[in-house]
Structures are given as C-alpha cells and as structure tokens.
Design a binder for this molecule. Structure first.
Ligand SMILES: *Cc1c(COP(=O)(O)O)cnc(C)c1O
Length: 827
C-alpha cells in the first residue's frame, strides 16, 4: 500500500480529524461554509439546488466519520464480508434516509430553518435514483440498508448507469418514455475512486499452455477488446448509524493507451469509437422487467460488472489475508438473480488462469463462496444466451462452462442414475433448438445455496424450474421471504403514523419491527382508532392534493382509496382491476338507488417500452378514467387516476395514503412482492390472491384482516394443463360480459373503436392470466370490501392489526436469516 510520496511515519503522527458535531448551530454554520467554499456561492444568491448540495455535503461529512470507522473495524476484526451483486439498485432519494438514520432530522431541519430554508423542499430537489426496474432492485436497496443496520460488513456492487429507468410521461393517455438524467447536476453522494480500476476484456482468443486434461490445462485469454471499470462509492447508512457500508457502482472507461495510439496515429474517429464503446456500456439500464433483454450489450454489462466486482473482491482478500484458499471463510457473494451468474465462470477463470489454482479446488472455493437468489419462475424470464454469442464475447468462460458441465453431468449420470431427460434439464446448455447457455443452471450449480423469496415461490421452484437440479442437490434450495426496511417505509414516509405508534407503545419497535405487535391491543381502543384514522386522512389529503396539482383530478379524501402501484405486467393483472372498475361503473349507473361506497382507484407503474399489451393497458386505464371521471351520473362515487412516473418517491407518498392494497397477481406468478408489505405496514387492507408473500401476510394478520379471493396456484396450474373455457366463463357472468363488450366495442375509445379488440379477444381465447377465470371472485371480494368499509370502527380495527402484525416483514429479519443460514456472517 506504500507510496514513495507518502511517509508512513508522518501519517502515523497526523491527528485524526475531530468527528463533526450534529448540533443545529454547527450544522447551520457548516452549510454556509460549504455553500461558500465548496460551491462558490454567496448565500444571498444561492439557488435552491445550491442549498441542497451544501446540505448534502454537510450531512455527508457526518456519514464519513462513521463510514471510515466501519471499514477500519472490519479490517481489524477480520470479520467475513458479504458482497451483494445486483444489476439493479432502486435506491430513490438518499438524503432523508441518511439524516434520519443519523438521527439528526430535527437538528438539520432547525439548522436550515435558521437560514430561512425548508428541509422538505431541499430534500425534494434530490433526483430519485432509479437504477432498477422494480421489486428486484428495490429489494437490493432495502437489503443494503438492513445489512448496515444489523452490522454486517457488506458491499453492494452494480453499475452506475448514466440513465436510470426512463421517465414516464402520458401523451393522450399513452406512455411516452423520456430519458432520465439523475446525474445531470452532479451527485454529491458519490465518491469517484479512480484508484479502484480494473481491466475488463471481451472477445479475442484463448491460448492453451501445457497438455493436461480439459480440466487442468492452463489457459491465457487474449481479449480483443478491453476497457477499464472505475468505481464510484456511495455510503449506505444503517439505522442509528451503527455501521456505514458501501454501494460500489462501476462505470466504464476506454483504455487510455489504445485511445492515444489511435489518436496519435491520426485515427481520431477510431479513438472516439473506442471511447464511445466503453461509455455505451454503462449508459442505460435495461428497462425490461421479467423479460430477457436479448441484446449483446446486456451480456456485456453483466460480465463487465461481475468481472470488476470479483477482481475487486479478490484484491481486497489477498491484500488482507494473502491466500485465496481462505476465500469462503472470509467472503460470501450473493447473486441477485441470474444477471451476475457469469461470475461463477469468472471466479473460476481468475482462480485457475490468473491465480494458478487447479480446477477442483477452484470449483470447491467457487461453490462455497457463491449463493444465488431466484426471483422468477416465468420460463421467458430465465436468462439464457446463444452459445455463439457467449463464445464470441467470452471464449474462455465458454470453455469453463463446458468443463463444469461435463463434471456435473458425469456425476448426475453416475451417482444419481439420471436419465437423458433429467440430464437435458440439469445441463448448462439448452440443446433444444438453438443452443443456449442457461444462466439459472449456472448460478444454481455454482452456488451452495439457492433461495426463493417467499414460501410459496420456494416450493414451486422445487417442483418446477429446478426440480431435477433439486434432486441432484437436495440441500441447496431454501427460502428467505423478502422484506422491506421499516425506516424508509414507515418512519420516513409516514412520520405522523410513526409518531402516533411511538406515543402508544414506546421506542422498542424502532430497533425491532416485530415489537409493533404491542400495537395490537390498541385496535380496540376507540381513541387510538380515531387518531389512526386521522393520520390516514391527512396522508390521503396529501395524495389528493398531488393528483389535483399534477393531473387536475379532484378526489374526495373520505372516499376509499384503492391503490395498485407496481410495474405494469399482464401477470400482475391491472387489467382485472380496470375491468372491475368498468363493471362497477355499470352497476352504479344501473342502480343509482343503492348505497355505493365512494371509491378512488389509483394506478401507477411503468410498462417496458417494448411490451405492447402493458402499454395498451395503461392507455385503457386512462381512457376509462376520462369517461368515468367526467360522467355526472356516477356522482363522484367512482374516480380513477393513473399517476405518471411511478418511482420510489411517488411510492413514499402513495403507500401511506392507501386504504386498500391491490395484490392480485395470477396465483403462482408473483415470486414475493414487496409492495404488499409496504401497504400492510402503513395500515391498508390487502385484497389479494394466494400468491407470493400474500400467503404469509395472511398468516400473520389473520384471515379476518385480509381479503383473499381467486384460484390458487395449484388450481391455475391444473387449468392450464387441462385447458379451460374462458368463453364459457365470460358468457355465464353478465357483469363481466357487459364490461368486456363495452371495452371491446369502443365505448371508452370512440376515436379508435378497435383499440382494445385484440386485448379483449385474448381473454375469450386463452385467458392465460386467468382474468376471466377470477373475475367474479374478485368482484365479489370488492363488494365485501365495500361492506367492511361501512363499519368504520371495524375497518380501523383491522388496519391497526395489519400494522401491528407485519413487523416480521422487516428486511432486518430477512437479512438476519441470510446472514445466519447462508452467509455465516455478521454478529
Ligand atoms: C416496492 C416497489 C416495487 C415493488 O412492488 P411490487 O408491488 O412488489 O411489484 C416496485 N417499484 C417501486 C418504486 C417500489 O417502491
């Protein structure tokens, strides 16, 4: 580590900087100082954005003190490090999170107030970092915060996309995608680490040295194309700032010498091409969600960040311990889905080709080090790459995949007596049609632990996608039900509810979400219920103001707020919700004499730009909203609002305002869901199917406090296998027929009467997602919700019990389980 310019003895004598004070007067003085000396602005002319940057820099100093202490401690006590590899981190805004976890919210607020600046306004200026698509990326963000909270030395590794998930605008009700530019004003939260840079290769050829067998020959990969991965670090503050961990995101830069050679040779265009190629790599997040992005660039991104992360991990381990054989004792690497699965082959390459290890010990280390989280059973979402593409980009890794495969298949045949059908299913190569490398199988075979993300999903994993691999390695599959961080998803997004709970049950739940159970006895306390309802009402007023301001839609805060926010996907069945709205609209008009429950249906979510039906469903929601919202015969009893540009910040406003949480996926298709947990924690009742974590939420909150409907996963599988008759189902349901006929005949799309013809025809024809099959049960469940809503006392009793009973879904609990059962790390 030494450098001739730096004298060790001089460093030893340097006084450590005094930790920065957190009192409001010091904070205020520091903010002015930063404004002046870091930003170069006089307070008198500073723009809101300058105040934001100065504030972040001052908070950041307080974080750094604890960050360095955490890093030092890990180095000194030799504890095991956890590395969370994820192509997505949906972190949202960081400032409130950091201040709140430092427990300096009041002081920072006061400091800014003394300068005439409003903290909430400053915090709202921070761009929402959307380096992810949805649940998988948000899980990674919650996990980062929880790992710091439960004091696990951890690094998140990912890509620093210049453009995060696209910004969604509505144009005449259609989704339009605009580029997202979160870095355009700089990012005061990140630190470039130019010294942490690694070379990443692509293509080229492999030279073989020696004449050993396939498994022992030594190879030198000569990549044809090379670039540099450079690290940017963002601190992640745990609750009460006990520990601060690092989120390390990689960016790609061209290799300077090549660039200069070309440039000096007069090939200016060629030089630029190299530089553009490198920069293109980290430019965009793939906006696909649960569909494979079949682009070469995607595989390049996956390899790029896997290789950079592994080189960094090995460097750190060698620097501290000097021997890679101890890697599994000191390092656990979690693969978040298959996106980093190529890491399995990359670690083998590094161990064998660079660090001169034999194949077998390298394989042993690899499996002991990696573990893999599966997030989906959808066959179309299980990643695989055409063999020719994989071989062209990663020729050495292709050899290693073949060598690993040979070993595993031999064992499967010999030790387990696997037949050819089973061999085909466990192979790393899909031989049916175009040959492809299966990343799910690679991640499975290269890991000692494979976990699902809810009890149901883990069971289905054993029965379906990985059944033959499970037979081969029966102790590897385990369950870790997802969780959410209660800091962001209760304390910060719902401060009034947080305060109310604290007054009722004290502070224990702040360090142990399961202590929320003490709230249970207040469910029968009339005064508490009234206050709980008042908090909900205030949150609903805030959301009402937002839709009035942004969309010009006026809604009544005393109506039932029914919310479905998540990626738009057919399996999540926003269509079921929309069709039910049309049916309800018909009913309200046909029976004006009845006492209808006033309801506002809110939607938000993005559709993958290439996902035709999902985009059409957004347009349908908007078409229906326009008609219903403007029909005086509904008398405001039903309103619909699709709020554009769903992201973490919008979720933080919508979740606390919900009375009803829509979790209505086709059973067996949602691996876990985490939106469901956020809503229950904030006192909404769930209407949902027995899917993902809904099953476990039901067990926690009790059958009386959740509304479950529809086919079970087993029934869905059965119908799909034996074929079902959606036309018959539709024709025997007058409400459904009427709603579908109205939509298909253009009642809501007079400008293009055929717009929804094909979408609705799909329901009559195959109804793959069981929208028709579940419609009557869903509509009936909604009428049951209406009747529950009428008894206000009983409603709030139920919502309080939801909040009281879902503490188990804290990501602290999830992370403790990973640490104990998979990583063998942490306190
Ligand atoms: C929690 C969250 C999700 C996941 O929602 P699901 O309902 O589980 O699909 C997606 N996007 C954002 C912004 C979130 O906060």
């Amino acid at each position: 580590m030494g450098h001739p310019m730096i004298s060790k003895s001089a460093i030893a004598d340097l006084p450590a900087p005094a930790p920065r004070s957190g009192d409001s007067a010091t904070l205020a003085a520091d903010i002015i100082e930063r404004l002046t000396y870091s930003i170069g602005k006089d307070a008198k002319v500073a723009k809101p954005h300058d105040w934001m940057t100065a504030t972040i820099l001052v908070i950041r100093d307080r974080v750094i003190d604890r960050w360095m202490a955490s890093t030092r401690k890990t180095y000194e006590d030799g504890s095991k490090r956890v590395y969370y590899l994820s192509l997505e981190f949906l972190i949202g805004r960081l400032t409130r999170d950091a201040v709140s976890n430092l427990e300096m919210l009041d002081e920072v607020r006061e400091a800014l107030q003394s300068l005439g600046v409003d903290f909430d306004a400053v915090a709202a200026l921070e761009p929402d970092a959307a380096l992810g698509n949805g649940g998988l990326g948000r899980l990674a963000a919650c996990f980062m915060e929880s790992m710091a909270t439960v004091d696990i030395p951890a690094y998140g590794y990912g890509i620093r996309y210049v453009h995060g998930l696209f910004k969604q605008q509505m144009s005449d009700g259609w989704q339009v995608e605009l580029p997202e530019t979160w870095l355009s004003h700089g990012n005061p939260w990140e630190f470039p680490r130019r010294e942490s840079a690694y070379e990443i290769g692509f293509g080229g050829s492999v030279d073989t040295i020696g004449n050993g067998s396939d498994e022992t020959q030594r190879c030198i990969w000569k990549p044809q194309e090379r670039m540099i991965a450079v690290a940017y670090d963002t601190p992640v503050v745990g609750w009460r700032a006990k520990r601060v961990n690092t989120l390390r995101l990689w960016t790609a830069q061209p290799i300077d010498p090549i660039l200069l050679d070309a440039f000096n040779a007069g090939d200016h265009i060629g030089a630029l091409r190299e530089s553009n190629k490198a920069e293109a790599l980290a430019r965009v997040l793939y906006p696909a969600d649960q569909t494979p992005a079949g682009q070469e660039l995607r595989l390049r991104q996956e390899y790029f960040f896997s290789s950079a992360s592994l080189q960094d991990i090995l460097r750190r381990h060698l620097q501290q311990y000097g021997d890679l054989r101890t890697l599994p004792d000191k390092v656990a690497i979690q693969l978040n889905d298959t996106h980093p699965a190529v890491s399995v082959a990359e670690l083998m390459r590094l161990l064998i080709d660079v660090h001169r290890m034999e194949f077998d010990p390298a394989w042993d280390i690899t499996r002991k080090t990696f573990s893999y989280t599966n997030h989906t059973l959808l066959p179309e979402a299980l990643e695989s790459w055409p063999v020719p593409l994989f071989e062209r980009l990663l020729p050495r890794h292709m050899q290693l995949v073949y060598a690993i495969n040979a070993k595993v298949l031999r064992q499967a045949r010999k030790e387990r007596g696997y037949d050819e059908g089973q061999i085909r299913s466990v192979s790393l190569i899909d031989e049916g049609g175009e040959r492809r490398v299966r990343m799910g199988n690679l991640a499975f075979i290269g890991s000692h632990s494979i976990n699902g993300v809810s009890a149901l999903h883990t069971d289905l994993m054993k029965q379906t996608v990985f059944s033959d691999l499970h037979g081969l390695y029966p102790d590897r599959i385990n369950n870790k039900t997802n969780g959410i961080t209660p800091r962001r998803w209760l304390m910060q997004c719902n401060p009034e509810l947080f305060k109310l709970i604290r007054e009722a049950i004290g502070d224990d739940f702040m360090d142990d979400a399961e202590a929320l159970s003490a709230l249970g006895k207040f469910a029968d306390d009339t005064e508490f219920r009234t206050r709980f309802a008042a908090v909900k009402r205030e949150n609903k007023i805030k959301l009402s103001n937002l839709v009035a301001r942004r969309m010009g839609i006026r809604v009544d805060p005393s109506a039932l707020f029914d919310i479905q926010i998540k990626r738009i996907h057919e399996y999540k069945r926003q269509l079921l919700n929309i069709i039910e709205a049309v049916a309800l609209y018909d009913q309200i008009r046909s029976h004006p004499e009845l006492d209808w429950t006033p309801r506002v249906k809110f939607f938000a979510g993005k559709a993958a730009p290439s996902y035709h039906n999902a985009k059409l469903i957004i347009k349908l929601a908007n078409d229906i909203a326009r008609v219903i919202n403007n029909d005086p015969s509904v008398r405001g009893l039903l309103k619909i609002a699709f709020i554009p540009n769903y992201n973490v910040s919008l979720a933080e406003i919508m979740v606390p305002a919900a009375d009803l949480s829509e979790q209505i996926s086709t059973a067996g298709m949602e691996a876990s869901g985490t939106g469901n947990m956020k809503f229950a924690l904030n006192g909404a009742l769930t209407i949902g199917t027995l899917d993902g974590a809904n099953v476990e939420i039901k067990e926690c909150v009790g059958d009386d406090n959740i509304i479950i409907f529809g086919l079970t996963a087993a029934e869905v599988a059965e119908r799909r296998a034996t074929g079902h008759d959606p036309r018959g189902i539709i024709e025997s349901s007058p409400e459904l027929s009427q709603a579908l006929t109205a939509i298909a005949s253009g009642v809501f799309s007079p400008d293009d009467r055929n717009r929804y013809g094909d979408l609705i025809a799909g329901l009559y024809d195959h109804d793959w997602f069981m929208v028709a099959a579940d419609f009557d049960a869903y509509a009936q469940a909604q009428r049951q919700v209406d009747s529950l809503w009428v008894d206000e006392e009983a409603w709030y009793r139920r919502t309080i019990l939801n909040t009281a009973r879902v503490g188990w879904f804290s990501s602290d609990r999830t992370i403790r389980q990973y640490a104990k059962e998979i990583w063998k790390a942490g306190p």
